[in-house]
Design a protein around this ligand. Sequence first.
Ligand code: FES
Ligand code: FES
Length: 182
Amino acid sequence: MKQMRKTSKPKLEKAHIAFRLNGEQTEVAFAPHKTLLEVLREDLRLTGTKHGCELGECGCCAVLIDGKPVLSCLALGVAAEGHEVTTVEGMTDGTELHPLQQTFAELGAAQCGYCTPGILLTAKVLLENSPRPSRDQIKDALAGNICRCTGYIKIYEAVELAAARMAGEPAEPAKETIYGWD
Ligand code: FES
Ligand code: FES
């Protein structure tokens, strides 16, 4: 009988990239079809970036690439090669929360928190470009970030409060924001 020669499966080549991640030079190898979201969560264990619709519709996977918001579920991991990527883990300054993180915590603008990393990073870019945005500018900037819990008002108020503090004002949350109306 004729002997069949065993053929070994071709090995999947891994992509290997170098980039800056939250201020640190980083190298990582991964299956080349992976999205940036998958590389961050599965290969680099940064699970702050959330996995939602994978269709570019919910905004919870937003990260910054070279300072601009990008939906990491729609970007290939290999696209990060040579760029600067910022995730929510990179928002603190050492042990100091970013003012947005602080006001989101104070005002209860994060409830389940699933949308929060994408919203924080998108709001961070807004405040870099428009230090005192109007309510409408905040709504426009966050229009691509869906939140199922908060009703958005606390999120807008938290962005406004952070903007005021970053401008050097000794701003505190309104009593109604914390305790509601009588
Ligand atoms: S998971 Fe990326 S936009 Fe929803
Ligand atoms: S806090 Fe739950 S989805 Fe926004």
